[in-house]
Design a protein around this ligand. Structure first.
Ligand SMILES: N[C@@H](CCC(=O)N[C@@H](CS)C(=O)NCC(=O)O)C(=O)O
Length: 211
């Protein structure tokens, strides 16, 4: 039976559609339109108590019974454990996968997300202050990633769920005003990732309803 994906067309939603496509898992999409506040509907809140996308329901959970999972990092780990794919078991690569996944969840998501917020503000004083603070930090994070990708091809050495997590946000580099040409290693990695057929399918799957 197919996994049920509850998502919208955002970095955190795309991480999971990309992972599902790359892992070759069958899934059905349920669009949760966060612009229409559908994340607060009681039925969705049952599977995502923090009222955020993405969430999944796997009818075939670890004990054979259905299980729901919220928080994109937890979903990626769940899918990695379920399939054994993109989830290195060799201890050093495993630790690196978790490190870079947590780096994304704790920093490279919350921080560029603030740029997306401040860039849309109309009050010039608020906008300037927020943009300076969070664009500087976003650029610092790209520098961290660039150094890592100068040492290895993918964040954990081999390709892993950490790459899918980080890609979801790097996909929005223009929105948080980063020119990838300034971060050559990130640009090389980004082009490699985007050229993968599974990644292309993950970004193409409709996560918005037709207007
Ligand atoms: N830490 C959460 C963050 C999820 C998140 O912030 N999702 C956004 C869309 S990218 C959302 O649902 N926003 C709705 C809202 O803010 O009400 C995760 O990684 O799953």
């Amino acid at each position: 039976m197919s996994i049920q994906l509850y998502a919208f067309d955002t970095p955190n939603g795309r991480k999971i559609s990309v992972a599902l496509e790359e892992m070759g898992l069958p899934y059905d999409v349920h669009v949760v339109d966060i612009n229409r506040r559908e994340q607060f509907e009681p039925a969705f809140q049952k599977i995502s108590p923090n009222n955020r996308i993405p969430a999944i329901v796997d009818p075939d959970g670890p004990d054979g019974a259905p299980i729901s999972v919220f928080e994109s990092g937890a979903i990626l780990i769940y899918l990695g454990e379920k399939t054994g794919l993109f989830y290195p078991r060799e201890p050093r690569a495993h630790v690196a996968t978790l490190e870079w996944l947590m780096f994304q969840m704790g920093s490279f998501g919350p921080i560029p997300g603030q740029v997306h917020h401040f860039v849309a503000l109309e009050n010039e004083t608020d906008r300037r202050y927020g943009l300076k603070r969070f664009m500087d930090e976003t650029r610092r994070l790209y520098g961290v990633m660039d150094r890592r990708l100068g040492e290895c091809e993918f964040f954990a050495g081999e390709i892993s769920i950490a790459d899918f997590a980080i890609l979801g946000w790097a996909w929005r580099h223009a929105r948080h005003r980063v020119d990838l040409a300034e971060f050559a290693n990130v640009q090389r990695w980004y082009q490699t990732m985007m050229a993968r057929p599974g990644v292309a399918r993950g970004f193409a799957v409709p996560l918005r309803r037709a207007a």
